[in-house]
Design a protein around this ligand. Structure first.
Ligand code: G6P
Ligand code: MN
Length: 445
């Protein structure tokens, strides 16, 4: 079984490889191919993987290439985790938006639109190549903005592309934990778009335990989302939002905190990772230890400005291990071995949310097995959440139209329609600002 990782020189690849190393079962991955545009990054990550594999019998062999078609040919699974424009691009996405007084986050608001406009054409090119060179492969999309990018790829790959994100998994795990249940035995009623979803119930042995959590201020205030959103607001909502909704519900505060930060998240990660890849140029440097130290620092500072505005304090130690690689491995195993399970994934809506069309990619619990991922029936979202989901999906559709047609007008419309961009004039200036700094947006006439 061949797994190809696009963005193979990326920082989080060792998480995925580490998960593969724990998988001893029949039908496991037996060959890993890393693809990246940057040879130096490939070499650095290959060193980390080699150290990870050093004491493991039958570790899947790893090869690396900068030839995309060669990487894709014969792949059974393709993980796509690319970052078009690199972390410097992410830092510019933030800077241009914050200068206009709007949010410049990687996936939410103006920053997410700029990143989407850059990424969609590249993702579409990959999807077309996969369709040609590895038509039976399953594509697992990690690339952010994950919902939008998955939808762009699904136009060429249908249901063979599935988007994943670790934030709903982390949320479900935290809620189960405070309720004293194991995440495996809990059924999580969650739906929305990627980074825009809500937990409306958590059923253990058929009983919804969320009301018990909402009724108990101590319990509710004891985990990440309770601290971030405040218990009163969660009780008003009657649901637990994905942490990325903090950018919507507390937009003014997060924009201000991001403006005042010494470094934006993108700039921090750009510098931190530049240091790591630089360190890896020394052939004697211990690769795995340097990687792990860098990873721990990244995890500990995740959403630190948001937590600061909310007075939420440090992250819980239990939340520092992510879960990104676990979702990916669980999905692959479910498909490859027909180990049927339920996972929250980004797939086409079909009939799940009646306010969206069939092809709109949403984030929802899915039944997964050898024939792919199928969304389960869920209750409709309440009015205010439906409004946000529809508004953001309309923005995503404008991004897709702009990427397909090269229309600047459609790009302006994408920014202008976003609920976190408060003026058409701001939208026009954002397009000016982004096209001036991103070579990857030169296609916008
Ligand atoms: C969460 C999100 C991902 C994001 C990751 C890293 O897990 O769901 O989409 O890539 O955080 O965020 P960072 O700010 O560290 O790049
Ligand atoms: Mn995510």
């Amino acid at each position: 079984m061949k797994l190809t990782i696009l963005g193979g020189g990326g920082f989080r690849v060792p998480l995925v490889y580490g998960a593969l190393l724990t998988d001893r079962g029949e039908g496991r991955v037996t060959e890993v191919v890393l693809h990246d545009l940057d040879d130096g990054r490939l070499r650095a990550i290959a060193r980390v993987l080699a150290e990870q594999a050093s004491n493991v019998a039958d570790a899947p062999p790893v090869t690396a290439t900068t030839d995309l078609d060669e990487a894709l040919r014969g792949a059974d699974f393709v993980f796509s985790a690319i970052r078009v424009g690199g972390l410097e691009g992410r830092a510019q996405d933030e800077r241009v938006a914050l200068a206009e007084g709007v949010l410049g986050q990687e996936t939410v608001g103006a920053g997410g639109i700029a990143y989407g406009l850059r990424t969609v054409p590249v993702a579409v090119d990959i999807a077309r190549r996969v369709a040609r060179l590895a038509p039976d492969a399953w594509v697992i999309n990690f690339t952010n903005p994950a919902g939008l990018v998955t939808e762009a790829m699904s136009r060429h790959l249908g249901d063979r592309v599935i988007g994943i994100c670790d934030s709903p998994v982390g949320l479900g795990r935290r809620i189960a934990r405070v309720l004293g249940a194991s995440p495996e035995e809990a059924w999580i009623d969650y739906v929305g778009l990627n980074h825009l979803g809500w937990v409306r119930g958590l059923h253990i042995a058929g009983r919804d335990e969320l009301p018990r959590l909402l009724a108990d201020p101590d319990l509710l205030g004891s985990f990440e989302e309770g601290k971030l959103f405040g218990t009163d607001w969660l009780r008003s909502l009657g649901a637990i939002p994905n942490e990325y909704l903090h950018y919507y519900y507390f937009n003014r505060e997060t924009v201000r905190a991001y403006q005042q930060a010494d470094k934006t998240r993108g700039a921090f990660l750009r510098d931190q990772q530049a240091h790591f890849y630089e360190e890896m140029r020394d052939p004697d440097a211990p690769a795995l230890a340097a990687w792990d130290r860098t990873r721990a620092e990244r995890e500990a500072t995740y959403m630190s400005e948001n937590r600061e505005t909310a007075g939420a304090g440090e992250r819980d130690a239990d939340d520092l291990s992510g879960g990104y690689e676990k979702v990916a491995l669980a999905l692959m195993r479910a498909i490859a071995r027909d180990e049927r399970t339920t996972l929250i994934l980004n797939v086409r809506n079909v009939n799940t949310l009646s306010v969206l069309d069939r092809d709109a990619v949403i984030e929802v619990p899915c039944l997964v097995g050898a024939n792919g991922a199928h969304p389960v029936a869920v209750d409709p979202l309440p009015g205010h959440a439906t409004g946000l989901v529809c508004a953001v999906k309309a923005v995503e559709r404008e991004v897709l139209a702009a990427a397909e047609s090269g229309s600047r007008t459609r790009a302006v419309k994408a920014f202008a329609l976003h609920p976190l961009v408060d003026s058409v004039n701001v939208a026009r200036r954002l397009v000016e600002g982004y096209t001036a700094v991103h070579p990857g947006l030169a296609y916008l006439g």
